[in-house]
Design a protein. Sequence first.
Lengths: 604, 393
Amino acid sequence: MLETQASVYTEPLSFRIIFRVLGSMRLAVHLLLFVAIASIIGTILPQQEVYTDYLHQFGTFWFTVFGNLDLYDVYRCGWYMGIVAFLIISTTVCVFRNAPSMLREMRHVKSNPSDSFLQSRPEQFESFSSKSDTESTQSATATLGDFGYQARVLKTSAGDSVIFAQKGRFYRTGYLLTHVGIILFCVGALYNANLPLKWAEWTGTVHPEKNFDLPLSKIPQSSWLSASSSAFRGIITIPVGQTVNAMFELVGDGFLVQHLPFMLRLDAFKVTHYSNGLAKDFVSTISLYHHDGKKFKTGIVRVNHPMSVDGVQIYQSSYSDSASKLHLHNYLLSAPALPPAAISTSVGEHLKTFGSQYAISITDFKTQNVIPRKAVGRSSGPDHGMINMGPTVSYLVNNDRDHTRIILKSYMKAFSRHGEAYRLIGFREDGSSAYHYLTIPQGPEDGIRLFMTYLGDLEQAARNGENASKAVFISNLKKAEAQTQVFLTPHERDDFLQSSLKAMQELRAYPLPFLSVFHDYDLHWSAGLEITRYPGMKVIYVACFALVFGIFILFYVPRRRIWIQMSEDDDKGRRIKLFGDSSRNEEDFHRDMEELNDKLQEKL
Amino acid sequence: MSTESSEIRHLLTFGGMRAEGRLAAQLWAAFLTIGAFLVWYLFRADFWMWQFIVLGLWYVGLMWFGIRWPAFRILFLSVIGIAAIGVGLYQLGYTAANNVLLYYVLQSNAMFYWMSGAILISAIGYYRYLFSGNQSAGDWGHRFAWITVALGFAGLAIRWQQTYIGHPSWGHIPVTNMYDAMVLLCTTTALFYLYYEGQGKNRGLGAFAMPMILIADIFLVWVGVAYHQNQIQPVIPALQSFWIKLHVPCEFVAYANFYLAAMVGVAYLLRERAERTGSALVRRLPDLNKLERIMGSMVMFGFLFFTAGTILGAVWAAKAWGGFWSWDPKETWALIVWLNYAAYLHMRSNKSFGQYNKGRKLAWWAAISLVTVTFCFIGVDLFLGGLHSYAKL
């Protein structure tokens, strides 16, 4: 007993079993499915959102339960990474178990195997030939050549001839490339994931900041990452003309600040549009500076066209309005003929008017408004059903006295219908969904000055006791024309009278004592740039190539081996035995072998 | 390595082919070579590395398909022929508004309606063949399946031209919304069905493939009518990329094969039942072993293209979104589909477990995977959104 144990080293049983189970196909199938099912969670539950949103959605109890299960960032959490790691370990063990024998098999071709090996091949045919040894080997070699095989003639120890031919000798590289590819891929992904940082977060040396309102200078040093981090992916919003040297990385419900290896200035930002007003391209022009202030690169960053600098990639990610100046003209409805007050404001600003009875908050500004043509009563065009309504400003008016909230949307460009130009102002009460519109005729010149003056003159005339007759309308309009120096042709005047009647009717439903018309704007953009450094990308690309190439070999390059044994047989001449096997697609191979056998019988 | 060089020589000289087949194959090779050379000559100034690689891949792919499958050559030439007429008319300045031929036949939307008709007839034909054994119905199903493929691909080619009409800056490959995607799915699936039909020399499976395509086609018509997706719109900046021309076709070849595999899975289960009950279906479907092999080869082909397509998508994402992989719902579902079929293929190739009733297990698995694939393809866009949500309705 002791002697046998001493002479042969065997692994402990338990270790061998673990090794076998880990590398088994059964485990692989179950793990693959398990990872697949676990992955579903993160697609159902939106990932990495603001934590208070989750709290609202699930309530305190489930919010805590889901939080403890790491469901808000499931793909980076411990248990998910654990299953994936297990899958990779299993794959690695599988490769270690199979690779040596596969490599051996590819190196040592079984050109002249034992009889028992041949007898166990799936394809076997037998025939007899009367031809001589050399003649039959020659024609067999030629026949194999016709089938695309290069044959080798060997002699057995008994002096018989064996012809061996094979295709796809390196078919096992399919298995090796796919599985090594997967392992490599994960190595590359781990390298990109910046493990030292994950470790530092876990041990608490790096501490994500939770207060998103802090200015950069107030953020504690424990939330800063050095520019020498091996990998990072973050985002920064820069107003045009400003320079930054850091960006933000979201981590859980907080963020970290990543120092950039350079300073970045946004020189310009531009949005281009298609003819129908939809966005066509977003282009940032940026300059990069060394920390000593020396500029070393200028270039543009567009969607799908990132800039690459020393392994750092800069992407166009988003854009936003950054305090563009909006110029409004404010008319008083109680005294419409007064020249309007010019207001300059920007999104996010708050104004007070009418002795601070009304608080105005500018909520949104858009340079383009593409809506279906049908929505504005136009038939849809031959190629596209959209129309661009031009720039708009949206604002909210809060009446402090009766606490009503009115939401308004003012269009800068005139909208033309039946050859007449109108200004649109939409309004709705907070809570109702549909806008009511004021459609104010603007006459041949931009703006609603003429209409407002005309309105003032009419009111004046009414106070003077004049009756509402067509003659009065016309004379007052003519008066307004003279006052504003905007003159209408008789035909235009008719149209104007008609549409101004309609506009006055619409004004009755208008709940505010003032009317703000969007006059003009000065654009100020900021661009959101995403900046990444992924040192593992080369490994990942190599792994991907190995994977695809490996799958191709695995599926479409079978190994097919053919042996032809020829031996003397006294009764019937020479006995020809044909053996073959294929690593894949045995049925096709069987058909080929039958054909080959027929050909051989013809020739031999 | 000497064995390998003899294999290549065998391939290049079309060894193992009958004489008349060899001549046609050589003509095909010459045609493709001249075509590829012309493309290279005309566009070489605009091309960069990847476009040359893609040209090479198309050359090899078409060559392989054409040599292995003679009928494909005729299809390819008919598609070019039909598309050339449509594109030519547009080039000459005609539009659907002033040309009757364009209006009723050759504008892409009309082509897709004709294609829908062909799909319907084909599905009925195959269905009648399977359940009543009417041979001529099967033949008509087969013919109309070819018409489907020819109209679909020619229609897409014409639609590509149409995106430039009126506003040259809009031009893009028509695979950018759900409508275009469904057309591509219908035609690609029909094409691959015909390929497998040719390989297996059996029409019974058409009764499974074509009705499924018909369902996709009904969805396509509905999306076009109800959401006006048949109108051509310009594409958003994120989609203006060269990679879309690689990523999307690869994924659709994969989807087509996965869908067909699911249908063969259903056929397998039906045939198994028919064997127990002694129904006449047995005579019109391939035997179980063959069905299992067809199903397996569909999954393999799909898996190869799905892997390649997903990686190409990730490479594109690395260019457009700043990350190779962002765990966007579509990406995650692609991973789920990939893992699912990886598990399937492991199970299939293994000879040590799950042997009892393996064919039936695999058939059920392939059939159920239809749900996973469909969710990845359409469900994510409809229900989950995320970065891929341009295909949204």
